[in-house]
Design a protein. Structure first.
Length: 394
């Protein structure tokens, strides 16, 4: 189910924004509108859908409109035109009280600036939102303590912000957003002010928390590596528009235009692409347990294989067969089942490419990609790895 739906949203900054809207509808660019009217187009007719429970990343360079779009989603910025639906309700039609209730009850916000109160303990900082909501002291302190534990800050509840590192303070900001248990988290470049190592830790922490809580998260960043490592779906913005949207593999493998190609050319693809993204259909390297020796030998010879994989009727991987096994079976009139070697290198579909390179190098034949039930999903060969690493000239 889509939890957030954005339809043709426009945000124009300046006096008489309707002038900019009219020029935008007439096909004028952001720069042309600025030159003619001195109005700034922050968001230009953006439409997107964000499913419930997805970590959706909006990325782009400074001035692309990503943060403006995020702030339209909770009406910190009033859209000039368009509609934004949250759980089916158009929030652009809400009055002030309804918007306040939306922010208080359904959405949490995490900013780049930690915005912690220096004279409050960590526990009281985390509980602040609940205090504003009128939650009684004991209940809000219990909820704050639970949120502090979620972000890995047990033992720091009575500390003060100045006693914590930058990364720990950002965890406090995240805990404060989580304490009220919102359905949606809006995160505006929350890790960009952190040192690289701390930033990496926070990214991993967010992935861990998302796996546990399954919130709908809209995450803003200007860092492509961060977007690719975090996002279930990524939307790339430029000049107020979404120019490409998709999963990390789609954006790396099928960039829509030269801008996206340029944007992704320095990405270490081995960190982002997974076994699922580079595997090939297994039909030419597989035989079924019921197949005979001659059929297996035919596949070996026809496709010049070092070995063939053996599966059962449900495509569960049973093992592998090598040429010498099949020659012996033919001469000695043996059944295939007696010759299957069950020790077969396998990987799961979500294994990053960099973690399977050694397996590909050491495996004589295709590397099997399987699910938790050992059902064969595909195979990886050296050629598919080289193709993935060099695609689009990278």
């Amino acid at each position: 189910m889509d939890q957030i739906v954005v339809k043709d949203v426009v945000k124009v900054f300046g006096k008489n924004p309707e002038r900019g809207l009219a020029l935008l509808e007439a096909g004028y660019s952001k720069n042309e509108i600025l030159e003619q009217t001195n109005l700034t187009v922050g968001v230009a007719k953006v439409s997107l859908t964000i499913p419930k429970g997805e970590l959706f990343v909006i990325m782009g360079l400074s001035g692309s409109g990503k943060s403006t779009l995020l702030r339209c989603m909770n009406r910190l910025h009033e859209p000039t035109a368009g509609q934004i639906f949250v759980d089916g309700e158009d929030i652009t039609q809400m009055d002030r009280k309804q918007v306040r209730d939306l922010r208080r009850d359904k959405m949490g916000m995490v900013f780049q600036n930690f915005a912690l109160y220096p004279n409050r303990t960590i526990l009281d900082n985390v509980a602040f939102g609940l205090e504003i909501k009128g939650v009684d002291k004991e209940a809000r302190r219990d909820a704050a303590a639970e949120a502090i534990g979620l972000v890995g800050l047990d033992g720091y509840a009575e500390s003060y912000p100045h006693e914590l590192s930058g990364g720990m303070q950002q965890r406090v900001g995240l805990a404060r957003a989580l304490a009220s248990d919102p359905d949606i988290l809006l995160m505006d470049e929350p890790f960009s002010a952190l040192d690289p190592l701390i930033r990496k830790d926070m990214q991993q922490e967010l992935i861990r928390l998302q796996a546990k809580m399954n919130k709908t998260i809209v995450f803003i960043t200007h860092d492509l590596d961060e977007a690719l490592s975090l996002g279930d779906t990524i939307a790339i913005m430029r000049d107020g528009r979404v120019i490409q949207q998709g999963c990390a593999e789609d954006i790396l493998n099928y960039p829509r235009n030269d801008y996206v190609v340029k944007f992704t050319e320095d990405v270490d693809r081995s960190k982002i692409l997974t076994a699922d993204a580079i595997m090939e259909p297994p039909k030419d390297v597989v035989v079924f347990g019921r197949d005979g020796v001659n059929r297996a030998l035919h596949k070996l010879e026809r496709h010049n294989l070092a070995n063939v994989l053996v599966v059962d009727r449900r495509r569960r991987l049973l093992g592998t067969l090598y040429p010498e096994d099949l020659v012996r079976a033919k001469h000695e009139n043996l059944e295939l089942d007696a010759l299957i070697r069950t020790e077969v290198p396998t990987v799961k579909g979500d294994t990053p490419m960099r973690d399977l390179l050694d397996d590909v190098e050491e495996t004589q034949g295709p590397l099997a990609v399987v699910d938790d039930q050992m059902v064969l999903k595909g195979v990886i060969v050296r050629g598919s790895v080289v193709t993935a690493l060099t695609r689009r000239g990278v």
